[in-house]
Design a protein around this ligand. Structure first.
Ligand code: PEP
Ligand code: MG
Length: 846
């Protein structure tokens, strides 16, 4: 059998490989090579298991020859990647009436009966495929329970329980081989990334009876805490011997750590305990991984049944990788590759504790990660009042508008009925690092009545406590336990390693000094998008802004702009100071106008007071300015062309702030970006005015300065005409939110309604607002960047849509040779790590 690669005893030099026999078989061989006390094990290859599934009977006699005649056996799955799972292990094969009698002598009748009974029931359910409820009526344990179970088996199958070890083994192998081919098993593993043709290997291992006078028992042990990743011995141990005496029960738990209820393993079996620690430490070094050691202790001697990669939380995964690299076991690059960038979200924000009970009311779109618990409030004003009282609150709105921004600042989380990944609440929530769920369509939002009704009928009102889990999109009742964010040394170390590998820059989208500070803390290399309209969502400014929009004459508008200029200048001074000479890209005004129009009666009344007009006038004006399709209306450069004074004011504020900040520090080179361009002429018109403002400011202050003018490429036409747009600019930044919206003809704010149905039915592989659509939008990016570069070879290329923080989308940008991506500040670390992984794997030829 040694020579048969498909059915082989696992020895140091047996032909066993992970891609032919599975990860478990390969791991066991490594343990054998490390001379660990592994019980005899036979590995069946993927081919062998496939043949068994098709009905071919393996040479069972040859397999059984490898084991002691009386040995009990177990069979475990061995898929190529252990995470793909497989059918559950079947233990104690070979147990029958005769062995039961023998074992009753050595281990006692009750323990032997318990062993046999467990085998009969597991064989019945998993191998003979009987319903588990066949055994429902059996409430006796021990001998009586065993007899009843054997009878139940007989009644159901019309056959006596098989007594022959070979017959039992064949049936077990066949059932496990076939279970792997079942539809649900297939779907489950494919969801975990397994290929369609993933194979299953099986390992047949001799069981250690664990009987004798000395300490006997079984357990698992690992060197770390799987939640935190901190070095700490953890595990479980079930004693067959000490527990009986110590606690008067058949079996009792003995704890690895000293515990008031029992003795520690170290006390009852010091040598075995020391051996286990040595084995675990050796596995860590040689297998380059934190492993859980599965062991049996028999008469004080350790047997190692298996080594399994420790299941771990995201934060533990990061700490494990960093510690392995710091200990010289793996390289820093390997550590960088081992941490899933998506999982960083779990470290950057508070999370619901993985073990907390979740009372899920609904699942919406997970628009901004992290979790927070608070009292429900239904208006921005209530949110502010709640924050003033020091009470954390969750702002519930059907959708958010600029008026809600102050409430969002005051809230700990936001929940909206409408919206998608790039709707107002989502974008602001991510910018603030605020947990946010949008598109919670299953719930009934009655914001006037201040009621929120779950689909199961539960009604929540102002002050009731909910938890928003923006990482999973789940709205939870009550207050589950939380896990705090973990931006510790380990995180900084890993990020440092990532940065030294990366070959694409990462900037942040930041609108406020607080955003900019977060961006700096996360080591963004500049601001890639400052949305200036967000600067006016502050209540004091919103009203001025509305006055400006409502001004009917150029002189009226100029007067309001005069008031806005110093505010804007101060905004930019603050941003420039915080960014300390790093590039800051300021996008000129791009308001879908409706975001600035007061929609509520109270908002309209407030505006009427400010403008000294009757409310009815305001209402009329709002109605007149309302657009059928504001996202395609008077936005972006269209406003710049038709009401040029706004851009003039902004350009002046940027340039004056540039000179002011440059006085005391390194010279600032601001970047000014024109949004929503679709034609070359738009750029020409705006550029001429901005150049002229720059010349005026320089001459007024007697100081020359530089600035870079760029275009935001976010309409399909701008991509197509990039060759004629690029020569007028220093940079092209692709706004993939609008570009996705316009390429698909899909509303950013409304697509949430049907997105999940579309993804479920495979119309879209993913929400294209979340992961850049490589085929369509990606094609436009390719075309636009190629045409732009051809016409203007040193044009800087970047993406500043929300996709900039998404690892799959960053890969597309990097492939296209972009200079940087820009994303919400809290996604900067995710982007840094993802970009590093792309650089490392492309160097490795992956
Ligand atoms: C975009 O459209 O991709 C973008 C970044 O701009 P906004 O989301 O502000 O429209
Ligand atoms: Mg846009």
């Amino acid at each position: 059998m040694q020579n048969n690669p498909h059915t082989t005893l696992i020895t140091s030099d047996a032909p066993v490989a992970a891609n032919s026999h599975g990860g478990r078989a390969k791991c066991l061989q490594r343990l054998v090579r490390l001379e660990m006390p592994v019980p005899r094990t036979v590995a069946l290859s993927f081919d062998a298991v496939q043949r068994i599934a098709k009905g071919q009977v393996p040479d069972i006699a040859a397999i059984l020859d490898q084991f002691d005649q009386t040995a009990l056996l177990c069979v475990r799955p061995s898929s190529e990647d252990p995470d793909w799972g497989g059918p559950g292990a079947i233990l104690n094969i070979g147990m029958n009436d005769a062995r039961y009698v023998d074992l009753s002598d050595s281990m006692g009748g009750e323990a032997a009966a318990a062993l046999y009974l467990r085998f009969v029931q597991s064989y019945a359910v998993h191998v003979a495929r009987l319903d588990a409820d066949v055994f429902d009526d059996i409430d006796a344990d021990g001998r009586e329970g065993l007899q009843q179970s054997l009878r139940a088996y007989d009644d159901e199958t019309d056959e006596a329980f098989p007594q022959d070890r070979g017959e039992q083994l064949i049936a077990v192998l066949r059932s496990m081989a076939r279970a792997w081919d079942g539809t649900s098993a297939r779907l489950l593993r494919q969801a975990k990334g397994a290929p369609v043709d993933a194979g299953l290997g099986l390992v047949i291992q001799e069981m250690i009876p664990g009987v004798g006078q000395g300490e006997c028992g079984s357990g698992v042990l690992q060197l770390i805490d799987p939640t935190t990743g901190m070095p700490q011995l953890t595990g479980r141990y079930l004693s067959q011997s000490q527990g009986r005496d110590a606690l008067g029960a058949g079996v009792a738990a003995l704890y690895l750590e000293k515990d008031p209820r029992g003795k520690s393993l170290e006390e009852v079996a010091p040598t075995a305990f020391a051996d286990l620690k040595t084995h675990a430490a050796l596995m860590r070094v040689k297998l380059k991984e934190e492993m859980q050691v599965e062991f049996v202790i028999e008469n004080g001697h350790v047997h190692i049944l298996d080594g399994v990669r420790v299941q771990r939380s995201a934060r533990a995964a990061m700490r494990i990788a960093v510690r392995l690299a710091e200990d010289g076991i793996i390289t820093p690059q390997e550590a960088v590759m081992r941490v899933d960038p998506h999982s960083l979200n779990e470290l950057l924000h508070r999370q619901v504790h993985p073990e907390a009970r979740r009372d899920v009311l609904t699942t919406g779109i997970a628009a901004s990660p992290g979790a927070a618990t608070g009292k429900l409030v239904f208006t921005a004003a209530e949110a502010q009042a709640s924050a003033a009282r020091g009470e954390p609150c969750i702002l519930v709105r059907r959708e958010t508008a600029p008026e809600d921004v102050r409430g969002m600042h005051a809230a700990v989380a936001v929940l909206t009925e409408k919206g998608g990944m790039t709707s107002h609440a989502a974008v602001i929530g991510r910018g603030l690092g605020l947990p946010c769920i949008v598109g919670a369509l299953d719930m009934r939002f009655q914001t006037r009545k201040k009621l929120l009704t779950a689909s199961d009928g539960r009604v929540f009102k102002t002050g009731d406590i909910l938890t928003i889990d923006g990482t999973s999109g789940q709205v939870l009742a009550g207050q589950p336990a939380m896990l705090e964010a973990a931006l510790d040394d380990c995180f900084q170390t890993l990020m440092g390693w990532a940065d030294s590998e990366r070959d694409i820059a990462i900037r942040a989208n930041a609108d406020t000094p607080a955003d900019a500070q977060t961006a700096r803390n996360f080591k963004a290399e500049g601001i890639g998008l400052c949305r200036t309209e967000h600067m006016f969502f502050d209540p004091g400014r919103l009203i001025v802004m509305r006055e400006m929009i409502f001004a009917q004459t150029s002189s009226g508008r100029a007067a309001v702009l005069e008031r806005l200029l110093p505010m804007q200048r101060e905004d930019f001074v603050q941003l420039f100071r915080i960014m300390e000479g790093q590039p800051v890209c300021i996008r000129l005004f791009d308001p879908p106008l409706h975001e600035f129009l007061p929609t509520t009666r109270s908002g309209q009344r407030e505006l009427a007071e400010a403008l000294d007009l009757p409310v009815s006038d305001v209402e009329r004006r709002v109605a007149a300015m309302t657009e059928y399709n504001p996202m395609l209306g008077l936005r972006g450069v269209r406003l710049g062309v038709t009401v040029p004074e706004i851009y003039d004011m902004q350009a002046r504020a940027i340039f004056e702030a540039t000179l002011e900040t440059s006085k005391n520090g390194a010279p600032i080179v601001p970047e000014v970006m024109i949004p929503l361009v679709s034609a070359k002429r738009e750029v020409e018109l705006v550029k001429a005015r901005i150049d002229s403002v720059a010349a005026s400011v320089a001459s007024e202050q007697g100081v020359e300065f530089e600035y870079r003018l760029g275009v935001m490429v976010e309409t399909p036409r701008a991509c197509l005409r990039a060759d004629e747009i690029a020569p007028q600019t220093s940079f092209l930044s692709f706004g993939t939110n609008d570009l996705t919206q316009m390429t698909y003809g899909l509303s950013r704010d409304d697509a949430g309604r049907f997105m999940s149905a579309y993804v479920r039915q495979g119309v879209f592989v993913e929400d294209p607002f979340h992961v850049l659509d490589a085929d369509g939008v990606g094609e436009l990016l390719k075309l636009g960047s190629e045409r732009g570069r051809q016409a203007q070879p040193d044009v800087t290329l970047s993406v500043c849509g929300e996709h900039g923080g998404n690892p799959e989308s960053i890969a597309i940008c990097r492939d296209l040779g972009f200079d940087y991506v820009s994303c919400s500040p809290f996604r900067v670390p995710v982007a840094r790590l993802a970009a590093a992984q792309l650089a490392i794997s492309s160097r490795l030829g992956g």
